[in-house]
Design a protein around this ligand. Structure first.
Ligand code: DPM
Length: 390
């Protein structure tokens, strides 16, 4: 529970855990966005950001391969949350697995930024688009989802991994000659204040986005009902139903964050529309399908009296970690079912075979990450950590 720090104002302090990073990095910017929104919703409370070095930050100069990249940068935060040193942690939703650690929930999903992917061109190619870049141009992305879709659309382009935080990636593009362009999520680019660097927005016929892309998620302890309640005003209904459908799709497909799975979701006043896609790594195979569900109030004809709303203890959430809210449960369950049904359709059309092949190819391409082996380079040079830490 949020600590009452017993000072004379009696103010309760909510502690927000964040990776120790420079202010100009995305993780801290996102934490500030959520802190500011919480402060606005709860002017009488105090919010304190507690930064900590994560394992990934501590070993930045050690040779590493593409290892279990997520926990590397979040493990310490998870422990701090569990041991109640912090009350909440802010994440990009697309980096959160569809199964959260025991006892953890997503207490709020904030309003989604533009979920699309965008192209940032090398300064020499500002006039170009992906379609007009010279044959053989190198596009930087470590996302198999982006590479698969774009290879299909632009077979003459070459896709190469680019790593590091967003500042590092941009520097590698602009100061080097390796990449002609980068593909990034619009949301991260906007939060960094780089909107004017965007050359092209990718529409769904070219590149569908990742599950949860563009939305921030606030994680807390499931049994911390006061914090769960505090987070409620940050939750954005349309975003929440959209991402519940997307995550249910992902979870049912059993695709991880490195699977070539993508979505395109539309929410109108009374309908949720979900397009899902699955690709082979080289883009030669593609499966897409769209389904929709009405977002309707529950039929209350048989139950005309409003039930008094009790703030019940939050139960284990069936919605891939997103806390269920009184009064919204019906919409959330419709969204969840849509995702599950779309996944079932894709699986019956062959998605399982495509994803299994992609997984095997991915594993085969992985450099050894056995920590018991000596570092792969013996020339004494420091190697860059190869993980997604943006
Ligand atoms: C995940 C992926 C990437 C991030 C894979 C994907 C991109 C990796 C890369 C799951 N996490 O999207 O298919 O391009 O090398 C990440 C970014 C953001 C959150 C940066 C980005 C910011 C946008 C957001 C990294 N995680 O995708 O450009 O909050 O949604």
């Amino acid at each position: 529970m949020a600590s009452s720090n017993g000072n004379h104002t009696g103010a309760t302090t909510i502690r927000i855990g964040s990776r120790e990073s420079e202010v100009r990095e995305l993780a801290l910017k996102q934490t500030h966005i959520v802190r500011d929104a919480l402060q606005k919703a709860h002017p009488h409370l105090k919010f304190e950001i507690i930064t900590m070095k994560t394992h990934g930050d501590k070993i930045l100069n050690v040779a590493l391969s593409k290892i279990g990249s997520k926990s590397l940068f979040t493990k310490e935060l998870e422990i701090a949350l569990e041991e109640k040193h912090v009350d909440i942690v802010v994440h990009s939703l697309k980096d959160l697995p569809t199964t959260l650690p025991e006892g953890r929930v997503i207490g709020a999903v904030c309003e989604r930024e533009d979920p699309r992917d965008v192209v940032i061109m090398h300064p020499k190619h500002l006039e170009a688009s992906l379609a007009t870049l010279p044959k053989g141009s190198v596009i930087g992305t470590s996302s198999v989802r982006r590479a698969a879709q774009l290879k299909r659309k632009f077979p003459d382009l070459v896709f190469e991994s680019v790593r590091g935080n967003l500042n590092t990636r941009l520097r590698k593009l602009e100061e080097g000659d390796t990449y002609h362009a980068l593909i990034l999520a619009a949301a991260g680019v906007m939060r960094m204040g780089w909107e004017d660097k965007i050359s092209q927005y990718l529409e769904e016929d070219t590149c569908m986005y990742a599950v949860g892309q563009g939305a921030l998620a606030v994680e807390c302890r499931e049994d911390d009902s006061s914090t769960v309640a505090l987070l409620s005003p940050l939750g954005h209904l349309n975003t929440t139903v959209a991402v519940i459908a997307e995550r249910a799709l992902m979870c049912t497909l059993e695709g991880g964050c490195s699977a070539p799975v993508a979505v395109h979701t539309k929410v109108t006043e009374d309908q949720l529309n979900l397009q899902g896609g699955v690709w082979s790594l080289d883009g030669s195979e593609e499966l897409r399908h769209t389904m929709s569900t009405p977002l309707a109030e529950p039929d209350s004809s048989s139950d005309s009296l409003e039930q008094p709303v009790k703030m019940a203890k939050v139960s284990t959430t069936p919605y891939t970690g997103v806390v269920s809210r009184q009064g919204l449960d019906h919409f959330m369950s419709q969204a969840h079912n849509l995702g599950v049904n779309l996944a079932k359709h894709l699986l019956s059309a062959g998605a399982d075979r495509i994803l299994q092949a992609a997984k095997e190819q991915n594993n085969a391409n992985l450099p050894s990450n056995n920590p018991n082996l000596p570092p792969s380079s013996s020339n004494g040079q420091k190697k860059e950590v190869e993980v997604n830490d943006s």
